[in-house]
Write a protein that binds this ligand. Structure first.
Ligand code: PTJ
Length: 246
């Protein structure tokens, strides 16, 4: 049964449908559904809208991704099912943003299905973290520690979503700037990332895309000044306050 647009919770229910559909297609795992439910709870408390602390973090993310030499967008099963189109659109307009499929619950079959799903939106080049060429991120036993040498292996900036804390820490320890999209500002990933976008992934990515478009003509000096003035603690504090006060 598809959700009617008139339903008061239509947007949220449609995202659920994407994930359930993703589960049936073999893109998403059962644990992925649970992870999404946790995100939904935080989004409910945030009023299911993008707050100024998220817009500010998106502006910072855009500056970092625009200035980066080897930026990578890390995509897992949930991210592909929810926002595959948005990731591919971003990559097609800004080809220096590489796409890399990186899974916690890896299987060859799942990785191939996610690859085909992303290709269906027109992505030409997609890296797979786990392959014969993989290298290991030091400092973690996490299954996500395998990365592609031409992707996250050499990246200076990595955008992650629905990420777990220890790989986020390993990416940071490896000298990478980490941008995360995470509805939970208290998660280890949210706390540790250089930039935490506390917003729902499918709302945040089109805003990031728009911001990167408008940053096209902006000079490197101005973007660097934006990076220098970014206060990650203030962003996290504002997000936590919004959740507490409702
Ligand atoms: O596809 P795989 O095999 O790589 O597995 C991925 C999952 C999602 C199972 C794995 O990464 C996982 O267990 O994630 P966690 O540790 O539960 O973290 C998910 C975080 O993302 C939580 O802090 C949620 O609040 C947040 N979150 C969930 N849905 C969204 C979200 N943040 C933004 N947008 C969402 N739609």
């Amino acid at each position: 049964m598809s959700v009617p647009d008139s339903h008061p919770r239509a947007k949220s229910l449609k995202l659920r449908e994407r994930l359930v559909d993703g589960l049936h297609k073999g893109l998403v795992t059962e644990s992925g559904l649970i992870a999404h439910g946790r995100g939904e709870a935080f989004d409910y408390l945030l009023g299911e809208r993008t707050h100024p602390f998220a817009t500010e973090a998106i502006a910072m993310a855009s500056a970092l991704l625009t200035l980066a030499k080897h930026p990578v967008l890390s995509i897992n099963g949930n991210a592909a099912a929810l926002a595959g189109q948005e990731f591919v659109d971003l990559h097609r307009e800004f080809p220096h943003l590489l796409l890399e499929v990186n899974l916690f619950y890896w299987s060859q079959d799942r990785a191939e299905k996610i690859l085909a799903h992303l290709q269906s939106f027109g992505a030409d080049q997609i890296l797979q973290s786990r392959s014969a060429e993989s290298i290991l991120l030091p400092g973690t036993e996490n299954p996500r520690r395998m990365v592609h040498p031409e992707g996250m292996g050499r990246a200076d900036v990595v955008l992650v979503s629905l990420e777990d804390g220890d790989r986020c820490e390993a990416l940071i320890a490896g000298g990478k700037k980490v941008i995360c999209v995470d509805l939970n500002p208290l998660s280890r990933t949210g706390q540790k990332s250089h930039v935490t976008i506390v917003d729902e992934l499918t709302r945040a990515l089109p805003l990031l895309h728009e911001q990167m478009r408008s940053d096209r003509g902006v000079s490197a000096d101005v973007l660097q000044a934006r990076v220098a003035s970014f206060d990650r603690r203030a962003i996290l504090a504002a997000a936590i306050a919004a959740i507490r006060t409702g």
